[in-house]
Design a protein around this ligand. Structure first.
Ligand code: AHR
Length: 513
């Protein structure tokens, strides 16, 4: 169909009040890269109530807990199969000294969390407690080292403390503190946001420091973490460029940070709830920039690493709004609505399409901070729409991405923004099932999406849908189940063709039969 005909068809559809009809083709014959489970990683920083109160209550708390970690939150996180947790920061990491967080808790020094609200940091959660958490979750550990105020020696000794199976003094100190066997550290990062809170460095200066540090990060082969270089953010490509050139022999990959801000401005970011359609679509449009950020960073890395040996690790991403009224501005606490679930799903679909390069991401952050999975208030907790997006996408962890083509995908336009109405992703799980994820970004109109798999008749789809009447539908402690996924299915018609009616502002994940 040429563009004019398509335009005429679209106008006729609108005039008749009908829905647009897009067509998706899943090419199962040309499987792409495996979607690393770590793409679904989480980030837990010593920030606000992200750890203290949110997950850690201490072993003596009346809130039911295991080794100090609250059972309700851990139980809920297990259901979304959290594969990886990044800790202890963020900006906090570059002022964190690991020795403050080992040994008897009552003897640990109290520090000031200068980055986040100037509150006391008790150091009650340290290395051993963090590994208790990842053990409880069945997740891997991503530990972020301190380059900003630390040293090569301090990082080298932390890695030795965690991973050495020798009888060295540091390994024996770990044993004395209750852990005989080495901890498994999946990833270790050298600093965080070195261009900003991590030390205001240039990429060249950071590269030199990284080389020095990496040289001394010694661990037994089977316990050696993948070492990550801290990269750039937003539109700045210089970090990916310099780091992939300078560090390609000494790193697993380079991190990248991008936050979705409705207004695009750090001063006056926009509210988490009560927003109008202009900030719905600006949020969708801004989050879709993740696609070009990944494309551009990956292209720059291709110059020095055409075989894509290095990963691009988006180890901070998600929505960032103005904090909720009356809360500590340094705690970054925000509500979480259907819009956040749509943002999460759009980003998942982008990450899947770049599975070859993007092998790990960490949403910011797991509990009570920024785009959280869970919000707590004393002994209560609620699950956010973002939590449900993660839950619905579980089948994509470790699945093989499948190429898709989307024909006749209309644009959704409002307030001077234009975005594609449908975003989609498909993958084949290890047991051979094909899963399809669809997002309708249009908050006003459903869309019909025909599903084709060449060489196969698609008989039915079955799974779940997340949608609501309001753009800012969210859960509160008064109404904790206001928004949650519902069962969804569709069958082929008499003509043997299957079409999915995707509701307005919705996320759908289905198994295709
Ligand atoms: O996620 C909150 C903060 O955002 C992190 O500490 C920092 O790395 C980023 O700027």
């Amino acid at each position: 169909m040429n563009q004019i005909k398509r335009g005429v068809l679209a106008l006729c559809m609108l005039a008749s009040g009908g829905v647009f009809a897009a067509e998706i083709t899943i090419d199962t014959a040309k499987p792409g890269a495996v979607i690393n489970k770590d793409v679904y990683g989480q980030f837990a920083e010593h920030l606000g109530t992200g750890i203290y109160e949110g997950i850690w209550v201490g072993p003596k708390s009346k809130i039911p807990n295991t080794k100090g970690w609250r059972n309700d939150v851990v139980g809920a996180l297990k259901e979304i199969q959290v594969p990886l947790v990044r800790w202890p920061g963020g900006c906090f990491a570059d002022e964190y000294h690991w020795r403050d967080g080992i040994g008897p808790r009552e003897k640990r020094p109290v520090k000031v969390n200068t980055n986040w609200g100037g509150v006391d940091e008790s150091n009650a959660v340290g290395t051993h407690e963090f590994f208790d958490l990842v053990d409880l979750l069945g997740a891997d550990a991503y530990v972020n080292g301190n380059l900003g105020t630390g040293s090569a020696q301090e990082m080298s000794e932390w890695v030795e403390y965690m991973t050495s199976d020798s009888k060295s003094t540091l390994a024996n100190l770990r044993r004395k503190n209750g852990r005989d066997k080495p901890f498994k550290v999946a990833y270790f990062a050298v600093g965080n946001e070195a261009w900003g809170c991590g030390g205001n460095m240039s990429p060249q200066y950071y590269s030199d420091l990284y080389k020095q540090v990496e040289t001394f990060l010694r661990a037994p082969k089977q316990y050696r973490p993948k070492i990550i270089a801290s990269g750039g953010n937003d539109n700045d490509l210089t970090w990916s460029d310099v780091l992939s050139k300078e560090l390609k022999k000494q790193t697993e990959g380079i991190s990248f940070h991008y936050y979705t801000i409705p207004t695009g401005k750090w001063e006056g970011k926009g509210a988490s709830t009560g927003f109008q359609e202009n900030e719905w679509i600006s949020t969708v449009s801004n989050t879709l920039r993740m696609e070009s950020h990944i494309q551009k960073n990956s292209a720059v890395m291709d110059k020095h690493d055409p075989e894509k040996k290095l990963g691009l690790f988006v180890d901070e991403w998600g929505t960032w709004y103005d904090v909720e009224k009356g809360t500590n501005p340094g705690f970054l606490f925000q509500q979480n609505t259907l819009r956040d679930a749509v943002v999460a799903a759009l980003n998942f679909n982008i990450f899947h399409a770049h599975a070859e390069r993007v092998r790990m991401t960490n949403i910011a952050q797991m509990v009570n901070v920024l785009q959280a999975m869970i919000i707590t208030d004393k002994d209560k907790m609620l699950l956010t729409p973002t939590y449900y997006a993660y839950q619905m996408y579980v089948p994509f962890q470790g699945a093989t991405s499948l190429p898709i083509t989307l024909k006749d995908n209309p644009d959704y336009s409002a307030a001077g923004f234009k975005v594609p109405e449908i975003s989609a992703s498909a993958a084949r799980t290890k047991d051979g099932k094909v899963y399809l994820a669809l997002v309708n970004t249009n908050p006003n109109k459903p869309a019909d999406v025909a599903v084709n798999i060449p060489g196969q008749s698609v008989k039915s789809v079955k799974g779940r849908v997340l949608t609501a009447a309001a753009m800012d539908a969210h859960n509160t402690f008064a109404a904790p189940q206001a928004i949650k996924p519902a069962a969804f299915s569709a069958n082929a018609g008499a003509d043997g063709k299957l079409s999915i009616k995707v509701p307005a502002k919705a996320v759908i994940v289905v198994a295709v039969e």
